[in-house]
Design a protein around this ligand. Structure first.
Ligand code: SF4
Ligand code: SF4
Length: 375
């Protein structure tokens, strides 16, 4: 049987219209709701990467969150909303992020619970390819069902972030840095993300692709109208359709190619797309970051050091908040006269600093020859 992805046209952040699209999707695909039982709990795992306003297109939009909350409340499920954003995983930080991202208002309007439990539970995953146990935020483990609400964006390290990558936010706060440190290579990191997606195994994925992000995502790119909602019980299939929708070749995305190598995914022709046809979207392809980090031939280290991409700090934009320094996995950043400086020998090019800078003060600089060599 073909795996299914629903592709629904939805051009605005209107709670009523989004909920109508959800009702229609689940009317046509009732098997996706099997196992959701009245009286049980469902944890909505959002993308709340940073304290950003909804219109900045960094986080899952509150209108989608509200529509999904109301959808499950209509079916008498208890809804808990949360994420483990970048930086320390603390209730005070969660509160600020919920407020600025518009999620606190959703909770007030609907009565859904916001998660403030910052404990973790170690989950064994013996069939993992590269990781066999994960520390997972406890509400994800405790909930009867998990529904993931990713946002369609480009990503400086992984090229694209969607259904599979969204689940990295089930790892508590700064513990995410351990995975960057242990797996600095993109393919290894992608395999870890796949293991994690299989371990958490949400029942459903409902993607916010009404407005996505291209360029220097996931936080410093440019917002782009896409006008879609994507829904599936299969994160690999959903990511193949989402990337195809915005003109990103699925085979250029490491989480998709590694899933293909592991037999978890084939290609778009083996999927059944319900709702709208992909051909109905005439989008100019998203601009994507170049991510390949290794050339296929030996190159002296001193030349590689010059050619590889590196983070650059814009003094005029930096407010000295220290987020980049706190979140740098190998501790390659330090202060110099109030501005961060990078030790390029220690830097693993994960670009967490660029991703988590609230001011957009960090750019990734690429050498022209390095770009040509796809470093
Ligand atoms: S570069 Fe960005 S994250 Fe780092 S201290 Fe400056 S403003 Fe904060
Ligand atoms: S300086 Fe930035 S890119 Fe380099 S390791 Fe630290 S967080 Fe990653």
């Amino acid at each position: 049987m073909k795996r299914k992805v629903a592709l629904m046209s939805c051009t605005e952040y209107d709670v009523i219209k989004i909920k109508e699209a959800l009702e229609e999707t689940f009317r046509d695909n009732p098997e996706w709701l099997e196992g959701f039982t009245a009286g049980e709990s469902v944890f909505l795992k959002l993308n709340l990467l940073l304290k950003k306003k909804p219109q900045e297109a960094v986080t899952t939009h509150p209108a989608i969150v509200e529509a999904v909350v109301r959808f499950f409340q209509d079916r008498q499920l208890k809804v808990i909303i949360g994420d483990s954003p970048g930086g320390p995983y603390l209730p005070s930080r969660l509160k600020n992020i919920y407020r600025v991202c518009g999620i606190e208002d959703v909770a007030e309007r609907t009565g859904a619970e916001l998660n403030y439990d910052v404990t973790e539970t170690v989950v064994t995953f013996s069939s993992g390819k590269v990781v066999r146990s994960f520390p997972i935020i406890t509400p994800v483990v405790k909930a009867d069902k998990v529904v993931s609400l990713p946002k369609l964006k480009t990503h400086m390290m992984m090229k694209y972030t969607g259904a599979v990558k969204n689940l990295f936010g089930t790892i508590p706060g700064l513990k995410k840095a351990d995975y960057h440190l242990k797996m600095p290579e993109v393919t290894n990191f992608a395999d870890m993300l796949i293991d994690l997606a299989l371990c958490v195994k949400p029942s459903l994925h409902i993607m916010d692709a009404i407005v996505g992000m291209e360029g220097a995502g996931p936080s410093n790119g440019i917002s782009r109208q896409v006008g879609a909602l994507l829904i599936s019980d299969d994160p690999f299939a959903l990511d193949v359709v989402a990337t195809s929708l915005v003109g990103i070749r699925p085979e250029s995305v490491p989480t998709i190619t590694q899933a293909q190598k592991r037999g978890l995914m084939t290609n778009i022709n083996d999927l059944e797309i319900r709702g709208e046809s992909l051909n109905g979207w005439k989008l100019k392809p998203f601009k994507t970051p170049q991510i390949k980090e290794k050339v296929n031939f030996p190159i002296p280290e001193y030349i590689s050091r010059i050619l590889r991409p590196k983070p650059i700090f814009k003094k005029d934009k930096c407010i000295g908040c220290g987020e980049c320094i706190a979140n740098c996995p190998p501790k390659a950043l330090s202060w110099d006269k109030g501005v961060p400086v990078v030790d390029l020998d220690a830097c693993i090019r994960c670009f967490c600093c660029q991703e988590l800078c609230p001011q957009g003060a960090i750019k990734v600089k690429r050498n022209i020859l390095g770009k040509f060599l796809e470093m």
